[in-house]
Design a protein around this ligand. Structure first.
Ligand SMILES: CCCCCCC/C=C/C(=O)SCCNC(=O)CCNC(=O)[C@H](O)C(C)(C)COP(=O)(O)OP(=O)(O)OC[C@H]1O[C@@H](n2cnc3c(N)ncnc32)[C@H](O)[C@@H]1OP(=O)(O)O
Ligand SMILES: Cc1cc2nc3c(=O)[nH]c(=O)nc-3n(C[C@H](O)[C@H](O)[C@H](O)COP(=O)(O)OP(=O)(O)OC[C@H]3O[C@@H](n4cnc5c(N)ncnc54)[C@H](O)[C@@H]3O)c2cc1C
Length: 602
């Protein structure tokens, strides 16, 4: 119910309190970073910890890190990540802001040459950040060396006013009433703003005092390293958001009753309807699947980072493909699922008090930020095409593409599934997912060689990413899992996750010859049985997420199930209910009613 200004101020207050607690409790950087999950409201702190600090860590020299991170860690400065412009977001190489080196003063001149070069979107830029890592085209000795990162001070540390030559503001209201409106996404224009040479982030490339451009012997893609880091964290965020929506819809489905026995007996819990289960339980399974794949991705990222530190860059392309692909598939599925959860809760799901509209509005932009999902899947396709061509020339693929090495078998195998029970076998499931992914990638590579088109590989990329998620779920089940019966429940969810994908993408599985129509219908039959088996434990499976009522913020998802009194209470909190007779009655309603009454008496 807060206005934009109040909401923004409320976020500032929460962030300041979180920082106070960080200091009092001596939290580590990782713990301080995690506080954003408890604030649970987009704000400048997200950009500071998740992008500004990692950008300096990844692209700054040791000296630069020492100087800037020391201040950033103490919040003496607040930073953001200013990459996107009004005219270009996806195409980073198309950015227009310039950083021209002036050897006479040993400075860079930062400039926005056109309207479309205005920085546009960076979180916290609008009203909060004092500093930013700004991405701009580096020009020295008359030559354009492409995009590089620069640290810029934007606002005075005394009175917060923008520094000379910098025009800065908020880009305006966003989707939904609350949601991302707590964040001051900003616009910024630079008019020949001078910064010292040592504010260019110089780990990947340097400009000497004389203006010579020198590139370090590291891959230039490390410039994109911050995005790889954030994409990895977004997968965990997606799993969290999805599990919140599913928790609300499952708990409410157990409380809500519609229609009953003909004899006037008790009505049926809507969660018992098969149609409800077939719409909802795949989301429950996906919430678990995304959590496990998110944990694995975090491990992969840590592993790649350690390798990079010892100058081993071999796993960088895979890290890029995995983070880009998983970010895309999980955020798209999550946004779609939250929207569907609203429908699964019927009319009440449309109320703000259900918590679902806010959850949807906050998570929807994850499909766009940190790389538009389609653009990122095309990057995965590019990686797959390269791998297919390497396999064709005899190179053994590794990591998540290792399955492609089994090309002889996977290109011609037929699924062994013959009964409904055969779909319980993880090996049988994995084989059809591998065969589908490989055949789609190979078909795509063949089509591209006939008529090159970047966009061909989109579906192949989705198939590959879904294979990763299914595989990581299966691998999780091979670990020791504590708790009586927990493993069995997870096995059912894993089956649901994989089989619902077969159901949804049956066209792919049939057209690539991985499964027959009969095997497809056996998979559906198995799926129906799994839904029935999961039903008795569905509420326990969402309780296991361990969300407090406060965190869920939903009248429908309450732990105690007292939904109707909560909805009733929430309704009375609406400002419209502050007065019995509404504002505007005297001006607009009364005259109208009176006039119509008069007319009717004539
Ligand atoms: C967590 C909660 C808080 C969230 C807050 C969220 C706030 C939001 C912040 C933002 O949105 S910041 C802005 C994010 N912007 C983007 O994500 C832009 C997306 N675009 C790109 O990343 C790139 O432009 C592109 C699409 C990858 C294309 O890059 P380029 O123009 O250089 O072309 P290519 O020829 O396709 O690539 C060249 C080469 O580089 C490899 N590569 C690309 N990206 C990476 C990477 N990140 N890491 C490693 N390698 C990368 C690519 O595969 C090519 O390799 P080769 O095939 O040539 O070997
Ligand atoms: C809430 C939010 C917060 C953000 N925070 C930041 C931030 O802090 N810092 C920052 O720098 N940026 C930020 N951004 C910007 C964000 O990174 C970009 O919006 C994003 O990268 C997408 O770029 P775009 O807007 O240019 O989309 P576009 O690329 O213009 O996309 C438009 C459409 O074109 C399609 N398309 C584009 N290229 C291709 C292609 N090659 N093939 C096929 N289809 C294509 C896309 O799929 C999409 O459907 C934020 C954005 C949002 C929404």
């Amino acid at each position: 119910m807060l206005s934009r200004k109040e909401l923004f101020k409320d976020t500032l207050k929460k962030a300041a309190h979180a920082w106070k607690r960080t200091v009092e409790l001596h939290l580590t950087e990782e713990e301080a970073n995690l506080l954003r999950l408890y604030i649970d409201q987009p704000g400048y702190v997200d950009l500071h910890w998740v992008m500004f600090v990692p950008a300096i860590k990844g692209q700054g020299t040791e000296e630069q890190q020492k100087k800037w991170l020391t201040m950033a860690y103490k919040f003496q400065i607040i930073g953001t990540y200013a990459q996107t412009e009004l005219g270009h977001g996806s195409n980073v190489q198309g950015l227009e802001t310039t950083a021209t080196f002036d050897p006479s003063t040993d400075e860079f001149i930062m400039h926005s040459p056109t309207l479309t070069s205005s920085k546009w979107w960076p979180g916290g830029l609008g009203k909060t950040s004092t500093h930013a890592v700004v991405y701009a085209r580096l020009i020295t000795e008359g030559k354009d060396y492409g995009i590089h990162g620069f640290i810029m001070q934007l606002r005075s540390l005394d009175d917060h006013s923008p520094l000379p030559g910098i025009t800065i503001g908020d880009i305006g209201g966003k989707f939904g009433s609350g949601a991302y409106n707590s964040m001051d996404n900003g616009v910024m224009r630079l008019d020949h703003v001078r910064i010292p040479r040592d504010q260019m982030l110089m780990r990947l490339a340097q400009v000497t005092r004389e203006g010579k451009y020198v590139h370090s012997d590291v891959p230039k893609q490390l410039l994109y390293g911050t995005m790889v880091y954030v994409r990895q964290t977004i997968v965990a965020d997606a799993s969290r958001a999805l599990s919140r929506a599913v928790c609300i819809a499952v708990r409410y489905g157990a409380i809500r009753k519609q229609f009953g026995s003909k004899a006037g007996g008790p009505e049926t819990q809507v969660l018992n309807y098969k149609t409800q289960q077939s719409r909802l339980f795949p989301f429950l399974a996906s919430a678990y699947a995304f959590r496990f794949v998110g944990q694995w991705l975090k491990w992969l990222y840590t592993d790649v980072t350690q390798k990079l530190e010892s100058k081993d860059f071999s796993t960088l392309p895979e890290a890029h493909a995995c983070t880009a692909g998983l970010k895309s598939v999980t955020t798209s599925a999550t946004a779609d699922a939250i929207e569907e959860c609203q429908k699964l809760c019927g009319g009440h799901g449309y109320l703000n008090s259900s918590g679902l509209p806010e959850l949807f509005a906050v998570n929807l932009p994850a499909c766009t930020y940190e790389g538009d999902n389609v653009v990122l899947l095309l990057q995965v396709a590019r990686f797959l095409m390269k791998t297919v061509s390497q396999v064709a020339s005899g190179k053994q693929p590794v990591g998540t593409t290792a399955y492609m090495g089994n090309i002889q078998h996977l290109m011609q195998c037929k699924s062994v599934v013959n009964t409904v029970e055969d779909w319980l076998n993880p090996a049988a499931i994995k084989e059809v997912f591998e065969a589908r992914a490989l055949r789609m990638a190979v078909n795509c590579a063949q089509n591209i060689s006939k008529a090159p088109s970047q966009e061909e590989g989109f579906e192949a990329a989705v198939a590959h990413v879904q294979l990763i998620i299914v595989t990581k779920f299966i691998e999780k089940l091979q670990e020791d899992i504590l708790g009586h019966g927990v493993k069995e429940q997870l096995q059912k969810l894993c089956g649901i996750y994989a089989l619902h994908l077969i159901h949804k993408h049956l066209g792919d599985f049939l057209s690539t010859g991985c499964v027959t129509a009969r095997q497809g219908s056996l998979a559906n039959e198995r799926l129906g049985k799994l839904y029935a088996q999961v039903r008795p434990n569905a509420v326990a499976l969402v309780d296991a997420f361990d969300y407090t009522d406060h965190y869920l913020g939903s009248a429908l998802g309450r732990y105690d199930g007292d939904v109707y009194s909560a909805l009733y209470k929430e309704a009375w909190k609406d400002p419209l209910n502050e007065t019995v007779v509404p504002d505007g009655y005297q001006e607009h309603l009364r005259p109208l009613l009176k006039q119509q009454l008069k007319l009717s008496r004539l």
